[in-house]
Design a protein around this ligand. Structure first.
Ligand code: UD1
Ligand code: UDP
Length: 387
């Protein structure tokens, strides 16, 4: 048995060689998740700790996402065990969500006394966890640090900036993200690791290809895949209507697994009938991760305002063109790799850009800008050496 005073590097080497259970007693990682993409993108890191290194983690779900189709499904699809705790904070204003999660996370941290808190991305759950942890002097590790859209309308832009400046370990997915962090003089240590979304995708793609496509997709020879949920788009009735009108002009079948926020806004703004009268847009419930991956493989191209989907299309096993229905992106690497085109939200402009670019070929040999699927391993290696 290794004693507690042994230096971290030596301790890690000892454990990696002997596969002992020592790490479980020395390292106490505490993960906070709240939404669909956080379950997907943290799953490979939790699994790396628990299944490959024998180090148990504590996983707290804030309950920001709670519908089965937005939360529970993803644990099964990621082959991930259930969280240890769920705060059930549910929906609400930004302050309500952040404050409820902050109080719940603080209680849990005081009880569990972890030595590192891991968060991923830019949701309200991430900001709450980072705040709760720094106030208790527990180091924060931010996975997917350094992304910037420079669009101050986005709640995510505030969350990621504040979290980056509260973090001790900043896991930047790309060199560009690391450079942004250096320019902002963050005080934590910066590491370039790739994005864990590629790990998740590579891990689950074989299962995804054995998962049936939704009936509507099987009945179509050719379709585009659409997701929409950004507050700047769907909370504005004019923009939302314009998006529906512009999408109709494409003349393609479009499969649209709609986020509950978008369903709520379509109903609230009286736009549901308008959408349904568009024969080409096939509205379906949000689908699980395996089904979504299969849809990405099967579709002709992707239309989205999602962050994670801009990354996923750049994986060599997907390699699809994505049209970003936004005026900015915090993922310029996907533009540089040739996959993403930011087409905006103006219905008089974006359809032409999609029509022009939808069949342009992609360089299959080009390396993925978000890494080679080993980000989780790198993150765990670094944290074991540092703690
Ligand atoms: C949140 C994140 C966003 C992330 C997205 C992933 C913030 C500020 N936003 O946005 O960065 O891209 O998750 O999908 O943290 N709803 C349900 N069931 C659910 C969850 C939500 O019906 O399980 C509905 C409710 O009407 C709710 C609305 O969706 O008011 C919005 O949910 P919320 O969690 O506030 O924000 P998202 O748009 O999901
Ligand atoms: N996704 C999914 N089912 C869907 C839509 C998206 O599994 O119906 C996955 C998608 O593969 C990606 C993630 O959800 O990994 C993206 O989540 P979202 O767009 O909600 O959030 P963002 O990435 O914009 O924060």
């Amino acid at each position: 048995m290794l004693c507690d005073i042994v230096r971290p590097r030596v301790r890690y080497l000892y454990e990696s060689r002997h596969g002992s259970h020592t790490g479980a007693m020395l390292m106490k990682p505490f993960f906070v998740i709240g939404t669909r993409p956080e379950i997907i993108k943290t799953a490979p890191v939790i699994k790396e700790f628990e299944e490959n290194r024998g180090i148990p983690c504590y996983v707290l779900h804030t309950g920001q996402h709670y519908s089965n189709t937005m939360s529970r499904t993803f644990f099964a699809d990621m082959d991930l065990r259930e969280p240890d705790e769920n705060l059930h904070i549910g929906s609400g204003t930004h302050s309500e969500q952040t404050a409820k999660a902050l109080i719940g996370i603080e209680k849990s941290l005081m009880r569990e006394r972890p030595n590192v808190v891991l968060v991923q991305g830019d949701t309200n759950a991430v900001l709450s966890a980072a705040l709760a942890a720094v106030k208790l002097h527990i180091p924060v590790a931010h996975i997917e640090a350094g992304l910037r859209s420079y669009d101050q309308r986005m709640p995510e832009e505030h969350n990621r900036r504040l979290t980056d400046h509260a973090s001790k370990y900043l896991f930047a997915p790309t060199k560009r993200a690391a450079q942004i962090l250096r320019q902002e003089n963050v005080w934590g240590k910066i590491y370039v690791t790739g994005n864990t979304v590629i790990d998740a995708l590579e891990m689950r793609l074989p299962a995804a290809l054995n998962t049936p496509l939704p009936a509507v997709a099987s009945s179509l020879d050719n379709f585009a895949l659409l997701t929409l949920h950004r507050a700047e788009n769907v909370d504005d009735p004019k923009i939302l209507r314009g998006l529906i009108d512009g999408l109709n002009r494409l003349g393609d079948h479009i499969i649209f697994p709609a986020h509950p926020r978008t369903i709520a806004r379509l109903n609230e703004f009286g736009l549901m009938d308008h959408l349904k009268s568009a024969n080409a847009i096939h509205l379906i419930e949000p689908v699980g991760y395996l089904t979504f991956l299969h849809l990405m493989v099967a579709c002709r191209y992707v239309l989205t305002d999602s962050g994670g989907i801009q990354e996923e299309v750049t994986a060599p096993s997907i390699n699809k063109r994505v049209f970003v229905l936004r005026t900015s992106t915090e993922r310029p690497e996907a533009i540089e790799s040739g996959h993403a085109v930011v087409v905006g939200v103006n219905p008089d402009v974006f359809p032409e850009l999609v029509i022009k670019g939808r069949d342009e070929g992609l360089d299959a040999e080009r390396p993925c800008p978000y890494g080679d699927g080993t980000a989780s391993k790198k993150i765990v290696d670094i944290l074991l050496v540092e703690n």
